[in-house]
Design a binder for this molecule. Structure first.
Ligand SMILES: Cc1ncc(COP(=O)(O)O)c(C=O)c1O
Length: 413
């Protein structure tokens, strides 16, 4: 028996602590140290909030790295998954399934691109896009942007710029020379023109660069690139794995400039957390039977989750919400960060964003801000060393964003 309430609470806290330590210890023993994790074990989530072992709440501005657009465990997604799981979990792609064709039809309507190929992740959708471009043009050259991130499989990594990711794996499948990937400065359309030659199959770009710190290209850039691709007769691939599904305040970031790619890669928010990727292509570009495939790609569970998630985004008006709340955040953060009277906050170099894809570039590395925000119950992520990246669920409230602003400014000031 406990002699007091206080003792009981202490005991419970100690047990929770021990449970957490056990997870850390097992991770050390049994997992490859692939990820640098924050020291918190997450156990449950609803909307924009997740809870750890002890029931402590965190406002989640990481959202599974721009995945949980409709929030954690949205009831409509949970229901769709539960009902589908009771009917049929997996069949292979040797048979037809209804969720797959329904999702393809929905995505075709939303993107304006005719046909879909389903896979299980972002990197896989990029692989499919690179292969399709090679197949359709008979060429294996690509032009990509400095600062790009397209994934970590050997093909997608070949189109990823940062030596930190490429490192020991060079020269990769598509080396930087000859029939490989040429990198040009992001935002410079003329550099794309100069780099495109008779070996080029496609230009691949993120309409806003995510991993490099939420880099927004100059207005008109994507349009100009489209014109260059048409003129030079090369394909244009947009990687909207991070920017898709309302993240930037439009269904897809390409809509900000009304530019249509030939091929579009999607993943992350598509499945609301259930792994799924999709590569869409305009009419006339497609694989034939046997040219590409995936055992799990477009499985009934993944497609049911994605269909439910897309419907939630529509029904709850999350695309507009992202646009409005993103603009609110940028304005309020800028005002608050300079409220002390000076013209600018020297700790903040720039605050930028589109919709709820926001980057706060600091003058110093942001690891400490991330740790201290976590202590105060806000999860944020540091990318490109100095950029605090915020990609909260699109269901986040204004009040929750106010809390994020005040917590971040406590440390940043
Ligand atoms: C733009 C972009 N492309 C591709 C990927 C790779 O996606 P995945 O991690 O699902 O393979 C990412 C992941 O961060 C991304 O942001």
């Amino acid at each position: 028996m406990f002699s007091s309430q206080e003792e009981q609470e202490e005991q419970e806290e100690q047990e929770e602590q021990e449970e957490q330590e056990e997870v850390f210890e097992k991770e050390r023993r049994y997992l490859m140290p692939t990820y640098k994790r924050s020291r918190v074990v997450l156990k449950s989530g609803r909307g924009a909030v997740v809870k750890d072992f002890s029931g402590r709440e965190y406002l989640d501005c990481v959202a599974g790295i721009a995945v949980n657009a409709v929030g954690h465990c949205h009831p409509a997604v949970v229901k769709a998954l539960r009902e589908q799981a009771e009917r049929l979990i997996h069949t292979s792609n040797l048979f037809y399934t209804e969720p797959q064709v329904k999702l393809a039809e929905k995505l075709s309507g939303l993107t304006g691109l005719e046909k879909a190929f389903f896979c299980n992740s972002g990197a896989e959708s990029v692989e499919a896009a690179l292969k399709l471009a090679c197949k359709e043009t008979g060429k294996t050259g690509f032009v990509a942007a400095e600062g790009s991130f397209h994934g970590r499989t050997l093909g997608s990594l070949s189109a990823t710029f940062d030596p930190k990711f490429r490192g020991v794996f060079e020269p990769l499948l598509l080396p930087r020379v000859g029939n490989g990937v040429k990198f040009v400065p992001y935002g410079d359309a003329e550099a794309i023109r100069a780099a495109t030659d008779d070996k080029t199959a496609a230009v691949i770009l993120e309409p806003v660069q995510g991993e490099t710190g939420v880099i927004i290209p100059p207005a008109g850039y994507l349009k100009e690139v489209r014109e260059i691709c048409d003129e030079k007769r090369v394909l244009l691939i947009f990687d909207e794995i991070q920017t898709g599904f309302g993240r930037t305040g439009k269904w897809f970031c390409k809509e900000h400039e009304g530019v249509e790619p030939d091929i579009l890669t999607l993943a992350k928010a598509l499945g609301a957390g259930f792994p799924i990727g999709a590569m869409l292509a305009r009419e006339g570009l497609e694989f034939e039977a046997g040219e590409h495939g995936s055992t799990f790609g477009g499985g009934p569970l993944a497609c049911s989750a994605a269909l439910a998630s897309v419907k939630v985004i529509e029904r709850e008006g999350l695309v507009d919400r992202s646009r409005v709340l993103g603009a609110y955040f940028l304005e309020r953060f800028a005002a608050e960060s300079t409220a002390a009277g000076s013209d600018s906050n020297p700790a903040v170099k720039e605050v930028r964003g589109k919709g709820l894809m926001i980057g706060i570039e600091l003058a110093k590395p942001c690891g400490e801000v991330v740790e201290r925000a976590l202590e105060r119950g806000v999860l944020v992520n540091c990318t490109a060393e100095r950029v605090v990246r915020l990609v909260p669920p699109l269901v986040v409230s204004k009040e929750q964003l106010d809390k994020v602003i005040s917590v971040l400014l406590e440390f940043i000031k």
